[in-house]
Design a protein around this ligand. Sequence first.
Ligand code: NAD
Ligand code: DAU
Length: 340
Amino acid sequence: MKILVTGGAGFIGGNYCHYMYEHHPEDTVVVLDALTYAGNLETLQPLMDQPNFKFVKGDIRDRELVDKLFAEEQFDAVINFAAESHVDRSVEYPSIFVETNVLGTQVLLDASRKYNVKRYHQVSTDEVYGDLPLDRKDLFFTEDTPLHTSSPYSASKASADLLVLAYYRTYKMPITISRCSNNYGAYQFPEKLIPLMISRALADESLPVYGNGANVRDWVHVYDHNSAVDLILRKGKIGEVYNIGGHNERTNLQVVETILSQLGKPESLIHYVKDRPGHDLRYAINPDKIMHELGWKPIYTFDTGMKETIQWYLDNKEWWEHIINGAYQNYYAEMYKDRQ
Ligand code: NAD
Ligand code: DAU
């Protein structure tokens, strides 16, 4: 199979390329990535010289470039990981989220249709379902939960999902969609909760917890997310949506405490700051469909995954120090200046 992986220089797409090399070295992977602030070629360095791997720098919004690439490569499948992915940035700069996440998706759908791609897979998110109350532990997102978004990020992802479903219904395009909860693991950009807290704790800097730290996220190791995406690609039913999650709900405070305890750092580093506007309270996935219909099973618990992840950040300081020593410093100063 020849697969186009968009956003392959980012966190999840990059890990997917490593997953493919490990599990399906017979397949060819072509990465299309614009190398925005979130894209990092160092993540793909070990794969760059592999014969079945190719990197193309380019923007999914660029119709001409995308059309030419599809004409040349004749892909069997497309997996769209490319997106603007950080909720806080979407609060400050919503337009780029609509442009990349909605219009970029449409460009990829049009090219996939024109060149008869056998499968288009959209990597979506549980954030399209909005949030659940903190005091109803019995409630979970299923694939039938209505879309009800909170942030410009989640609204753009839900819009993209609707376009994908419209192309299925109208043009009978062979699509699938996955909606996963919060990922963690190697190569995650340090604007997201876990790598941000690890890198700051290691520098003995304050850890900015939004609100009272009671918001809940349902954590999935990136390896398990990617094994699910790969399973959907190979065995998923056309036109279907699959939720991905491993029943690993934790409050943000619990996550930060886990990090501090493993790093041997004091809880006095925790600093409660102004809440995120529109902050979703709780995400919790019901993964029964993908587990029962496709046989997916995560291999990580939150404890094993966090131990390995924190160790990875300790062992790979160069990877994230290159990031935080660059433009990221301005990002942190700008984004957190009004939160104190
Ligand atoms: P990321 O921000 O780490 O990576 C995004 C990648 O897309 C980067 O390499 C970036 O350069 C690239 N990109 C951005 N705009 C582009 C454009 N216009 N053209 C081409 N490439 C572009 O994101 P991530 O955390 O790896 O998320 C990947 C996908 O998974 C996203 O669609 C996101 O919505 C979804 N998702 C993320 C999570 C999570 O917890 N991180 C959970 C569920 C779903
Ligand atoms: O649920 C899937 C989604 O998970 C993905 O679709 C998004 O791309 C991904 O970014 C993630 O969204 P969140 O907003 O949940 O992730 P983030 O790491 O930004 O924040 C996790 C929680 O931690 C959230 O409740 C906000 C809180 N937080 C975050 C940061 C960056 C803090 O308390 N302090 C912080 O500095």
